[in-house]
Design a protein around this ligand. Structure first.
Ligand SMILES: Cc1cc2nc3c(=O)[nH]c(=O)nc-3n(C[C@H](O)[C@H](O)[C@H](O)COP(=O)(O)OP(=O)(O)OC[C@H]3O[C@@H](n4cnc5c(N)ncnc54)[C@H](O)[C@@H]3O)c2cc1C
Length: 512
């Protein structure tokens, strides 16, 4: 990674001062999972009113320097090319108001929305152990986005992110760089239901429509007419997305976010967070514990401590492990809330790319079979991507490495594909990869907010396979929690860590 320097005030510690001098407890309103809310309860202000990204102004004379450094940074950030350097060589700052652990979609989006609020007021650092993203869920995902969920929160997060992606040039363009193009392919998802799944499909459809999603229920006859290449004799209904659905290139999305963040003066630290230093603090209400330092192991193996005001755990599949470093999920005499772990772990999923020149081609929706097998077009040359999550916990593959099990395709994916789309009997697998879901084994949903034991340890994680498509909404929500101490736009309080402490799952039914 190229040397990363800040363009804004080096340690404009508005938040840090706020944090150290005040006695605020817990940035998040506690709320427990209860009756589903509908859209009007959840939307706190109009999503359409997106804050315009502010522009950074350089002092006269500084511009040429800034431009040069910035170009260097961005090239390094995007290519992931890095030389081994020490913290001094990198000029990393030893203090940062907010440190984000993990530079995947959720971490980057959080940094973006924090900076949009006020690019000069405070300093944001993103710590990423692997700038090449060899194992990150974001870059190994299939980049799908859909409105078709069962929980209003998930529907609205995706709808907002779709709007953000439509307007991505307004949000992420940077002077002297081409405007971002994430290769968005608009295409509806088609969820199929047999007699057994018919009722749930209808219930979900109602919730989706209440949230303003454009989704069409199609009976068997309508499906046969619109998708004649598909066998639908066992299908009662299909739910087809008419708007805000499709897929995009995750790499281009990450690159666009990183470029914008570099222009905002966000510090990128290449290193692994290996621990936290805690401190007890007397507040107006009680003794509280805060995280004081984030310890980062740099590529040269030195430990680089960063003094912080707030830390956000966006470590994706590894966020359970990162939380453990703060004592969450460990036996503790201090607090029973520390015993409960952040229930997120890596779970391996395979994606297979196949070629089938006689396939449905351009007509192909993002098809989700009742069995859980999914398939979508990849480009226009007769290629497709497909996969399937294991049917139960016992069938989960080992997470030791990202090796692909090709027998899994032959036994569990291909038979379903060939049965559903007869042309796929003649497909040829061309390549495949494995990636880790950021799997929340409690209820397969986002966990967002601060940990009740700490004043300043936040997390956004656990989407279990639907995080990239919600990243803009999640990042905005996290910035609201940090800056405003409450959700201002979409109320995500039912996704707080409290539900885990209370043992009240808030499950999403449409997990792929
Ligand atoms: C095969 C597959 C297909 C998917 N398809 C879709 C899809 O179609 N649509 C969708 O919305 N979602 C999809 N997902 C899920 C989606 O990719 C994730 O929900 C989302 O990308 C999570 O983003 P993240 O930033 O939380 O995690 P990540 O992208 O994993 O980022 C976390 C980062 O944290 C870093 N990190 C971890 N520990 C540390 C540490 N100690 N110190 C420093 N850095 C650390 C990691 O290196 C990593 O880069 C898919 C996932 C997979 C695996």
């Amino acid at each position: 990674m190229a040397a990363t320097r800040s363009f804004c005030r080096p340690f404009a510690s508005a938040i840090l001062r706020f944090h150290l001098n005040t006695t605020t407890i817990g940035a998040q309103t506690r709320c427990f999972a209860d009756e589903p809310k509908d859209k009007k309860d959840l939307i706190k202000s109009k999503d359409k009113e997106i804050t315009e990204p502010p522009h950074i102004h350089a002092a006269p004379g500084e511009y040429q320097d800034i431009k040069k450094i910035f170009k260097e940074q961005c090239e390094g950030l995007i290519t992931g090319k890095s030389e081994l350097r020490t913290s001094d060589a990198y000029h990393y700052l030893k203090e940062s108001d907010i440190v984000i652990v993990g530079g995947g979609a959720l971490g980057l989006a959080t940094a973006y929305w924090l900076k949009v609020r006020n690019p000069l007021a405070f300093h944001v650092t993103v710590v990423e152990q692997d700038p090449c993203y060899k194992q990150a869920a974001t870059t190994l995902s299939v980049g799908g986005i859909r409105q078709q969920f069962s929980l209003p929160e998930n529907i609205m997060l995706s709808m907002f992110t779709a709007q953000f992606l439509r307007e991505i040039k307004d949000h992420l363009s940077v002077m002297d760089f081409d405007p971002p193009d994430i290769q968005f392919n608009p295409q509806g998802y088609l969820f199929l239901a047999t007699e057994a799944g018919k009722e749930i499909l209808h219930e979900n459809n109602k919730i989706q429509k209440n949230c303003g999603a454009k989704v069409q229920l199609m009976n068997q006859a309508a499906l046969k007419e619109k998708f004649p290449w598909m066998k639908s004799d066992d299908i009662c209904y299909g739910s087809y997305g008419l708007e805000n659905e499709g897929w995009f290139d995750p790499w281009l999305y990450v690159a666009a976010l990183k470029t914008k963040l570099a222009s905002f003066g966000v510090q990128f630290v290449q290193g692994e967070v290996v621990g936290f230093r805690k401190q007890k603090k007397l507040t107006r209400h009680a003794h509280r514990t805060i995280i004081e330092m984030v310890n980062v192991r740099l590529p040269d193996q030195s430990i680089f401590p960063i003094k912080i005001a707030k830390v956000v755990n966006c470590a994706g599949p590894w966020s359970g492990k990162v939380a453990e470093m703060a004592g969450i999920g460990c036996r503790s005499e201090d607090s029973s809330s520390l015993i409960v772990p952040v229930p997120v772990e890596p779970r391996k999923r395979y994606v297979y790319m196949f070629h089938c020149p006689d396939g449905p081609g351009f007509d192909m929706p993002f098809l989700v079979d009742p069995s859980g097998v999914y398939v979508r077009r990849e480009g226009l040359g007769g290629h497709y991507l497909c996969g399937r999550s294991p049917v139960d916990d016992r069938s989960e593959p080992s997470t030791q490495d990202l090796e692909v099990d090709h027998d899994y395709f032959d036994e569990h994916v291909w038979p379903v594909l060939a049965q559903r789309v007869p042309a796929f009997e003649r497909l040829k697998v061309k390549s495949a990869w494995g990636g880790y879901y950021d799997y929340n084994y409690f209820d397969q949903n986002l966990i967002i907010g601060n940990h009740p034991y700490f004043d300043n340890f936040y997390m956004a994680t656990g989407c279990s396979g639907h995080g990239i498509q919600q990243s803009a909404g999640i990042g905005r929500a996290m910035a609201e929690l940090i800056m405003d101490e409450e959700f201002k736009t979409i109320d995500l309080s039912r996704f707080s860590f409290d539900r885990i402490l209370e043992d009240k799952p808030y499950p999403e039914r449409n997990i792929i």
